[in-house]
Design a binder for this molecule. Structure first.
Ligand code: CA
Length: 694
């Protein structure tokens, strides 16, 4: 049978039974094609990472009729944050614990499932408890994905059979991978996260797509000069550091934001913040600290440095630049002039950057949220004009955006028809201070981490924590903005039907008029949404798909660095009560989907016999810092893991030890902590019970 969707480099083969089979080879040309409507071939749909589809069957005139076409229940999953891919009528996605599934994109029928056995791999080893993954990559018949524990693997996209696996870092390193690899030119690029989990020196590496052999590696920050530099770029970068930064790793970890520019044949990486956060510790005499918080352009074949643009020189607020790197041709000058080959980038620091991707020169930058750390970006120098005191030099500083970022990994989309970028934005603030921290002796500890600063929640600069901003990158101003009463909200999709789709923290999946922001359709998914939607056309029908499974760092952390009034624990999304799902919509949809229970707020267990020791509870409060990412601030869970105030396991010392120390629930994402002592376990229990009673 001939494939209807064969558009590129088709090879006509005669199969054993004599039937004609077309093998479609989706190469870089295919992945860069903006005009096809049938597939979603890359993380951001195409190599340009715009998340724009030319499909207009669903449009502003009929989107009100959008209904569920099919759905898939995912009872074993928790946080679902990934963007699926669609290739030749098969939808692929990654779920909790890095399980990959292939389903029929028309019926939702499961075709195959691949489980990389993350729990088995980390058994007995200490790992930072993030069980999320943002996506997979496709190239010439293979799928590529990376695991939380640091493996990169390739699967046959047709069968789900594993083709190769490589370990990208030693399992004993305090690093993790939550991002999608990026495949291009026969290679697969991956980085890692871990800036906050101990002393860390970030890098990216590219592997051969056929064999998994390492092709090249690029370090993001320089190592100890005494050991020699890997390349001239590292030697240049070292001149922007002071002190003995290598003892702290330096950071820069690239955990998100990889784009391949098929037109200019360059790969761009977005880099992370410093390790530790506080520059006074990592680089005490100052300095820009290259290549932290930058976009770095690399040669796709060799990994050689081409250019960089640093968004936050000498950063000290967790303002990484790991956010989407979106490629667009912008008509910036007069109509007769050549459009500018631009990068659109909205990093954590709150400024929207338009960068010339031929040379890395800044074209323009304006704040898209309130920015108390800098007033503007100087176009001549490309550098921010900082507000005195923002670096908490002597006193605490009220800083916005906060460490969650004005925008994080929740995808931004760009619609070339409206000329607007759609940013899921956040409006949080934090008080930064390093009072009480010994800057001379501070040292982060592997796995326990340490950021060298005290970020304390502060009142939000607005009376809402999040918004959807439609940003005009040419005029550098908002065309419209929708305030949202909860966050973080999911990534965006935009289409030629003049629509913007977004899943929200409050469980609503909405479609807006891309030109005005008017809400035209809304669906109650019954659970907070963090993932970004996709669209594809098959058999003449346009589908819109989205994973529903509240998750991600900011979702779980609750109000750790932000105003308590906007804590997502108020939303009532529960770990065990709300079914995680893959939903697919169309105009002809008629699936009956059972509604989910209403928001649920667990009742803490009474347990009057448990005598709380205040001193032990105090010790436990500090130790609980390692648990909040999943179990929530003040032990109030926000849907990522069970609420421990309502847990029987905490009441029984032996059961508690078997879970926390021995890892009895590793398979469900609760890491083992083999080093934890009996006294520490006891302190944790007393702290949790204290929170339960309060
Ligand atoms: Ca960070």
């Amino acid at each position: 049978m001939k494939s209807r969707y064969c558009l590129y480099a088709c090879l006509l083969l005669i199969s054993a039974c004599g039937q004609e089979t077309e093998v479609v080879v989706y190469d870089d040309k295919a992945i860069a094609d903006e005009s096809q409507k049938a597939h979603w071939l890359a993380y951001g749909r195409t190599h340009d990472e715009r998340r724009f589809s030319p499909s207009d069957q669903i449009n502003t005139g009929n989107v009100a009729d959008l209904k569920v076409d099919w759905f898939l229940d995912l009872p074993q999953d928790v946080g679902l944050v990934s963007t699926p891919l669609v290739v030749d009528g098969t939808l692929y996605f990654t779920g909790t614990m890095n399980v990959i599934r292939a389903v029929d994109a028309v019926t939702g029928e499961l075709l195959w499932k691949y489980d990389p056995q993350v729990a088995k791999e980390i058994q007995g080893k200490r790992k930072i408890g993030w069980k999320h993954n943002r996506g997979i990559s496709f190239y010439e018949g293979k799928l590529f994905a990376a695991t939380w524990d640091g493996r990169l693997f390739a699967l046959d996209a047709t069968t789900g059979k594993e083709l190769w696996t490589v370990r990208t870092f030693d399992i004993d390193q305090a690093l993790y991978i939550t991002g999608a690899p990026k495949a291009f030119k026969g290679k697969v690029l991956i980085g890692n996260g871990g800036t906050e989990n101990g002393p860390s020196r970030g890098w990216v590496a590219a592997y051969d797509a056929e064999t998994g052999a390492e092709a090249w590696k690029f370090h993001i920050v320089p190592g100890n000069p005494a050991d020699g530099f890997e390349n001239a770029a590292m030697e240049m970068a070292a001149r922007t550091w002071t002190g003995e930064w290598w003892k702290h790793g330096g950071g820069g970890n690239a955990w998100h934001g990889f784009t391949y520019d098929a037109e200019l044949d360059v790969v761009y990486i977005g880099t992370g913040n410093g390790s530790p956060w506080n520059r006074k510790i990592r680089s005490p005499e100052g300095g820009d600290n290259l290549f932290l918080c930058s976009i770095v352009a690399l040669d796709p074949d060799t990994g050689e440095y081409r250019w960089h643009y640093q968004t936050t020189p000498g950063e000290t607020w967790d303002y990484n630049s790991n956010m989407d790197i979106v490629l667009a041709d912008l008509q910036i000058g007069d109509a007769g002039e050549e459009p500018v080959k631009a990068i659109l980038h909205a990093p954590k620091n709150g400024f929207f950057y338009v960068i010339n991707r031929k040379n890395g020169k800044l074209i323009s930058a304006e704040p898209y949220v309130e920015t108390t750390w800098a007033t503007r970006i100087d176009i001549e120098t490309g550098r921010p004009v900082e507000v005195p005191g923002a670096r908490y030099e002597t006193d605490a500083a009220y800083v916005t955006p906060n460490p969650y970022g004005a925008h994080s990994w929740h995808s931004m989309s760009f619609n070339p028809h409206t000329g607007l970028a759609y940013i899921p934005a956040m409006h949080y603030a934090t008080n930064f201070s390093d009072e009480g921290i010994d800057l001379e002796t501070f040292q982060a500890v592997k796995f326990s981490g340490g950021i060298g600063v005290n970020p304390l929640p502060a009142k939000s600069p607005r009376d809402y924590p999040a918004s959807l901003i439609a940003w005009d990158p040419v005029k550098q101003e908002a065309a419209w903005q929708i305030p949202q009463q909860s966050g973080p909200n999911g990534g965006t999709l935009t289409t030629a039907g003049n629509l913007v789709f977004q899943g929200r923290a409050d469980g609503r999946f909405v479609a807006l008029d891309a030109r005005t922001g008017e809400e035209l359709w809304s669906f109650n998914a019954g659970l907070g949404i963090t993932a970004a939607p996709i669209t594809y056309e098959l058999n003449g029908r346009q589908y819109v798909s989205i994973l529903v499974g509240w998750g991600g760092g900011a979702a779980g952390l609750g109000a750790k660095y932000a105003s308590q009034e906007f804590s997502p624990s108020h939303l009532g999304w529960d770990y065990g009560k709300h079914m995680r799902r893959l939903l697919t919509f169309s105009l002809e949809g008629r699936a009956e989907m059972p509604a989910l229970p209403p928001p649920y707020f667990p009742e803490p267990i009474e347990a009057p016999d448990f005598m709380i020791d205040p001193a032990l509870a105090q010790q436990g409060a500090t130790a609980f810092g390692a648990c909040v990412a999943c179990h929530g601030l003040d032990a109030k869970a926000a849907g990522m893991a069970p609420d421990l105030r309502a847990s029987q396991i905490v009441l029984d010392g032996e059961s508690f030890a078997s879970v926390v120390r021995a890892g009895a629930l590793v398979a469900r994402g609760m890491p083992a902590n083999p080093e934890i002592t009996d006294a520490e376990l006891d302190a944790l229990r007393h702290y949790i019970r204290k929170e339960a009673r309060e």
